[in-house]
Ligand binder design. Structure first.
Ligand code: NZQ
Ligand code: ZN
Length: 387
């Protein structure tokens, strides 16, 4: 087991009706609040009115219209400007991962005198950040329990995962009923994202029985509960378990002491959504089985055997490579069965920029250090196989 240091300071308040706790959570953090949200789903849900009502004793400044794959320009820049102009003391993010991620970059940018891109691009280390509280409305990214935000800069096709311990939310308010309205498309994409977070931690050289067990249970729970959510979007039990699975997915708790993985599917997908603005979870579902096929060899096969037997219940007496190939097929078929388009062409990506993307990924994502190292040629082959 590898040495590690771990601390997630985020308080989770989970369950039906917990949004009522909002004023008590916010009071110690300040009176001037930046309320950040997306394109209107929280208004349809009635959550916007609910929050405004609960927050009537606070001074609210609003940042609306944060887009999926949140953009540096205008959202981060506009949020930083508002925070500075109004001396905002605390940020309240209400929405999915894109809203939460955007507020993480804003929180650091608001306390920095220069161009916030210096922080996101790791040119400068942030010295402080505004506190963030969030009310999550979509189960997927785990941003509610991690220290990262992923920000896109359109003009350079960059999509950067910006991580800093200063960016953990102070408190995440998680009421699964606010996810009842999430569309089938986003429910499936959220599942694929969370499953991939787990797989990125599972496919490593050195792991433990404990971590493997956590990951396998997560994957099984995500599959069962996503099917249940798709069948009945108001199934509280299923939405709740899915929410908790996603919350655990991305903050390293599933892989403490493991050797590093390099998060290869995320490295590849971030370029797809940077170049084509596709839905992150769909991009991951498309890439994952192709990546698996590409890295399957004598060195990696035992991991696939464990995955196939423990997650999909494949007969352990079969040959190693047969189990591994069946496991990859099961992975593909599960994503397909929950309605995810499984080819890049179906999400609007053709072969015209594959070379450019493979080069961009190879230069920026460091995947030659991944569990199964990927060169530019490997990345290109995975992209071509995903078309
Ligand atoms: O904009 P609104 O109106 O809110 O609509 C959103 C958006 O259109 C909608 N939605 C959210 N909650 C809803 C709802 N619709 C109906 N009912 C609700 N309750 O869903 C759409 C997608 O929302 P978005 O926030 O973009 O989805 P998600 O949570 O999947 O976030 C994706 C972003 O997170 C990044 C991704 O790259 C992508 O940019 N990631 C963040 C990570 C992190 N912070 O740790 C890790 C991930 O690997 C990922 O990279
Ligand atoms: Zn992800």
């Amino acid at each position: 087991m590898q040495n590690f240091e771990y601390c997630t300071p985020t308080r989770l308040i989970f369950g039906k009706g917990v949004v009522e706790r909002l004023p008590d959570v916010m009071k110690p953090l300040g009176k001037k609040v930046l309320l950040a949200y997306g394109s209107g789903s929280i208004k349809k849900l009635g959550l916007y009115d609910k929050v405004k009502n609960l927050m009537k004793d606070f001074e609210i400044i609003e940042l609306a219209n944060i887009q999926p794959n949140p953009k540096y320009d205008p959202s981060v820049l506009e949020g930083v400007r508002l925070c500075k102009e109004h001396q905002v003391e605390v940020i309240l993010a209400v929405g999915g991962g894109s809203v939460l991620d955007c507020t993480k970059a804003i929180a650091a940018g608001a306390k920095y005198d220069g161009d916030p891109w210096d922080l996101i691009s790791y040119k400068v280390k942030a010295q402080a950040a505004l506190p963030i509280v969030d009310i999550l409305t979509l189960s997927a990214t785990g941003s509610e329990f991690d220290s990262g935000g992923v920000i896109s800069r359109t003009e350079t096709n960059d999509k950067i995962g910006y991580l800093d311990p200063l960016l953990y939310p102070v408190c995440s308010i998680l009421d699964p009923t606010y996810t009842f309205s999430v569309s089938k498309k986003q429910t499936a994409a959220g599942c694929a994202d969370a499953m991939n977070h787990v797989m990125e931690q599972y496919f490593v050289e050195d792991s433990t029985l404990l971590n493997d067990g956590f990951c396998e249970a997560e994957l099984k729970s995500l599959m069962v509960n996503t099917r249940a959510c798709l069948e009945n979007p108001e199934d509280y039990r299923a939405r709740a378990e899915m929410m908790l699975c996603c919350t655990y997915g991305c903050n390293r708790i599933l892989s403490l002491g493991n050797s590093p993985s390099g998060w290869p599917c995320h490295g590849i997908e971030h370029a797809l959504s940077a170049y084509y603005d596709i839905t992150h979870g769909e991009g991951l579902a498309i890439i994952t089985p192709r990546w698996m096929k590409h890295i399957l060899n004598e060195r990696t096969v035992d991991r696939f055997v464990k995955y196939g037997v423990n997650v999909f219940g494949i007969d352990s007496t079969l040959g190693k490579f047969e189990i591994a190939e069946r496991a990859i097929d099961e992975t593909y078929r599960f994503f397909e069965s929950i309605g995810i388009p499984m080819h890049l062409r179906e999400v609007g990506i053709d072969d015209s920029r594959i070379d450019e993307m493979a080069h961009h990924i190879a230069i920026n994502e460091g995947l030659e250090q991944a569990y199964a190292p990927l060169t530019e040629k490997d990345i290109k082959e995975i992209l071509l196989a995903s078309l």
